[in-house]
Design a protein around this ligand. Structure first.
Ligand code: KIV
Ligand code: ZN
Length: 512
């Protein structure tokens, strides 16, 4: 058995299924490029048949990515599979990932199919897919709650039809490590042709055990592919966290004895990019990528780390890219230095016009803020790289007045499809007044379900990063905005969320 673990990154597919985490085609492309820099083996780019937008995103990623395999999810039917194959045409290395539920509960209540029908559909789908693509992954949805005899029958048959990877998802995060690992081991032992496929784990985090379950699937079960998402993004409580599982394998190589090809130095930048794009803030005590992950507050710990770092640190902050968290550019930095730093951060702006616009914003920020950190640069370009020129709403300027004992007033100038409009309102506070000023024109009727402010780089000199989550007609979207003035950041975040609500693309749910 190989000693190499295949890292299958599903940030752009399962991760995007988190409520509010939907991304535009350009945002996905940018994140996919980051994944390639991290040397991820397989990038699950999306679910091509779910919407035209997702089809285009998978297609764009397939055309742009050269080193990683690009994969599209497909339900086990000919239409989905053909759509995936079509979207993946331009890929250097393509994979179709087809799935069907196999647990008694899902088959009976969700699919309303008999086990024999599910068996037939799984076999037919893999046969069909194999004619379109050499690399086929088959997933048994709700695999960890499926009956082992039935799973053996299905897996043996789909391997015979040419499935090259067999995935055993713990779809609802129900498994516990030892049991899940043993389950995969039994499957591999009982299925006569199990050695013809690579075995894969895909664990959700409902009980907080996604990483532990994935590692048990590898250590006990002999799986050699781990499906994961950066920052643990994914349905409900999320997926196995990319950064945690990769650093576990690297840090405890003595125990696992397995290799991962990931270039870990880009982990922090990748985590920031996903957080800033989706509006999912990283909790400070999050392993590996949280702001406190390498911070030592207690005197005893600080003393220990100063004497010998390994007294309290099991990983080196630099190895996951924390050294990048320093002042990188300032007021006097030129366009070339800015462009080079963007490249180092994995941001590829497509045209000279985009670079020029981002550089103008950088100069503007440097005039207001003496120290510019990587996080500032990422926040600065996130709108640029998300195709903002095609968006309906754009921020222009804001004036607000607040004084103790007086009701705050705000005036916001913004564009609607390229035309400037002026909104004015009062409110409970300056943020409330500003968002009401926008809403007085837009009349979206959306309900705000989350508002959060975060200091991008720690101090009050920092840019404020605001996330606004809006809900309207069953859709949930997150908007993110950054600015040294948090009222302006709030208005930008609100407009960004409205833009996402505006793109009304209907999507088919992967597991619905
Ligand atoms: O959780 C799950 O079962 C999935 C499958 C589609 C692989 O995401
Ligand atoms: Zn999943």
């Amino acid at each position: 058995m190989s000693d190499k673990i295949i890292i299958f990154d599903t940030t752009l597919r399962d991760g995007e299924q988190s409520p509010g985490a939907s991304m535009t085609r350009d945002e996905k492309l940018r994140i996919a490029r980051q994944r390639e820099r991290l040397k991820v083996d397989v990038i699950e780019a999306g679910f091509a048949a779910s919407s035209n937008g997702d089809f285009e995103a998978v297609q764009a990623i397939a055309n742009a990515i050269k080193d990683s395999t690009v994969c599209s999810l497909a339900r086990a039917n000919d239409r989905d599979i053909a759509r995936s194959a079509e979207a993946l045409k331009g890929a250097n290395r393509a994979r179709i990932h087809t799935f069907i539920a196999t647990s008694p509960l899902h088959m009976e209540k969700k699919l309303r199919m008999t086990p024999d029908q599910v068996f037939e559909q799984a076999v037919q789908s893999v046969r069909f897919a194999r004619n379109l693509c050499a690399d086929i992954e088959f997933s048994a949805e709700d695999g960890s709650r499926s009956e082992i005899d039935f799973l053996c029958r299905v897996f043996e048959a789909v391997i015979r039809e040419g499935a090259t990877t067999i995935n055993v998802p713990d779809t609802v995060g129900y498994a516990v490590p030892e049991q899940y690992g043993e389950f995969i081991r039994s499957l591999r032992e009982r299925i006569p042709n199990s050695d013809k496929a690579i075995w894969s784990v895909h664990c959700h985090n409902d009980l907080g055990m996604a990483v532990a379950n994935s590692l048990a699937g590898v250590k006990i079960g002999g799986a050699r592919q781990i499906e994961c998402a950066i920052n643990g993004l994914g349905e409900r409580a999320g997926n196995c966290s990319f950064e945690e599982v990769v650093m576990s394998l690297k840090t405890r190589r003595d125990f696992f004895g397995l290799d991962v090809g990931i270039d870990t130095q880009h982990i922090v930048a990748a985590s920031r990019m996903v957080s800033q794009t989706t509006g999912f803030v990283i909790q400070p005590n999050k392993a590996v990528v949280g702001a406190n992950a390498f911070a030592h507050a207690s005197g005893i710990h600080q003393d220990g780390v100063l004497k010998a770092r390994d007294t309290y640190e099991i990983m080196r902050a630099e190895d996951v890219g924390w050294s990048a968290n320093k002042i990188v550019l300032g007021k006097l930095s030129g366009r070339n230095a800015f462009k080079q730093r963007l490249q180092e951060l994995g941001v590829e702006l497509q045209s000279e016009a985009e670079i020029n616009a981002a550089f103008t914003r950088f100069k503007d920020l440097a005039d207001r803020k003496s120290e510019i950190f990587d996080e500032d640069i990422l926040a600065l370009v996130s709108g640029e790289a998300s195709g903002s020129s095609e968006e309906t709403y754009g921020f222009v300027s804001l004036a607000q007045h607040s004084e103790t004992g007086e009701r705050p007033q705000a005036r916001v100038v913004f564009t609607v499809a390229g035309h400037e409009v002026h909104g004015q309102s009062d409110g409970n506070g300056p943020v409330d007044a500003s968002l009401k000023a926008i809403e007085s024109h837009v009349k979206s009727g959306a309900e705000m379900v989350l508002y959060s402010v975060n200091a991008i780089s720690g101090s009050t000199e920092s840019q404020g990063e605001v996330t606004v989550r809006l809900q309207n007609a069953g859709r949930v979207v997150n908007g993110v905005g950054a600015d040294p003035d948090i009222v302006v950041a709030s208005a930008k975040a609100y407009l960004s969320a409205l833009n996402k609500l505006q793109s009304k693309a209907e999507r088919v749910a992967a597991q619905g």
